[in-house]
Design a protein. Structure first.
Length: 299
């Protein structure tokens, strides 16, 4: 099916702080997905649990919608998300980390309208958590500095700092906790296909064979991100584990398209497809039950 694009608004920018005398607030915010215009992955250091990465990330106009109700004073946290039976645990963790580090008490209720596919490499869960953090910080008058907010987000998950700091185009390094915004990513349009197949991130990284001894510097990373094809070091490892994804890449390459794997997969972004390629993406979305396709732009 074709997914609706979110309004091109950036996170919780319109959220107003709670007035000193206000007891509660209800807000609606959008949590955009992301794509990696470039994703490079280095060899895992001895004894480390994670591969270091260097990436250029940008939010796109495909988003979950969060409805948040916050009351001052002692309370509990409740998160409900469609198609996520136990709720969004990343958001639950984000709320807990925020309240602890900001030394606040609040009753927080979050309802998430999940539009971004789960396990697609689009950062949907991380965006929900980062958006919740940024919104809470705004509602309570920004008790956490940008640095403290980033540290809080890093304790929640790898991609969460990028979203907590606004989801603006950025160079992201380490495990995703080192975020530097950049101004050289102009608006770009993509069609994203999620072929209704999940690949565990750990499995993709487990198959990954490092193709580089060291990560690119910022200048080289910029060149990779701005190239027409983009780059993603995890592509081969993702294709090996998914015949369906491999078939999608094969068909797109045969039509002259330049597919770009999103994160560790299994969503695929195609930059500005022509009519024939766009029609193929629609056909693939029909062929794979539950698949999603969306036309997006970077924010």
């Amino acid at each position: 099916m074709t997914a609706p694009a979110a309004p091109p608004a950036q996170f919780a920018s319109a959220v107003q702080p709670l007035l000193s005398g206000a007891d509660s607030a209800s807000v609606r915010v959008f949590a955009p997905a992301k794509i990696n215009l470039a994703l490079t992955v280095g060899p895992r250091p001895a004894g480390a649990s994670f591969h270091p990465l260097a990436s250029v990330m940008a939010s796109v106009s495909w988003a979950d919608e969060l409805h948040m109700h916050v009351c001052r004073g002692p309370g509990t946290t409740a998160v409900a998300a469609r198609d996520v039976p136990d709720g969004d645990t990343l958001v639950t963790r984000a709320v807990g980390e925020f309240l602890q580090r900001a030394e606040l008490q609040a009753d927080v209720r979050v309802s998430i309208d999940k539009r971004v596919p789960v396990g697609a490499g689009l950062g949907g869960g991380s965006s929900d958590a980062g958006t919740a953090l940024r919104t809470l910080n705004r509602l309570f008058g920004e008790p956490l500095s940008a640095l403290a907010l980033c540290e809080t987000a890093a304790a929640v998950g790898s991609d969460v700092p990028f979203f907590a700091l606004g989801g603006y185009p950025a160079v992201v390094r380490g495990r995703g906790e080192l975020v530097r915004m950049v101004d050289w990513v102009s608006e770009r349009r993509f069609t994203i296909l999620w072929p209704a197949e999940h690949q565990p991130t750990t499995a993709v990284y487990g198959r990954y064979v490092p193709a580089r001894d060291e990560l690119p510097d910022d200048c080289e990373l910029q060149e990779l991100a701005l190239a027409a094809t983009g780059t993603n070091d995890l592509t081969d490892a993702a294709l090996v584990g998914s015949p369906r994804l491999a078939r999608v890449f094969e068909l797109l390459h045969a039509r002259g398209a330049k597919p770009l794997l999103c994160g560790s997969g299994s969503a695929v972004a195609v930059p500005e497809p022509d009519e024939a390629v766009r029609r193929l993406l629609d056909e693939l979305a029909v062929a794979f039950p539950g698949a999603r396709v969306a036309d997006v732009q970077t924010l």
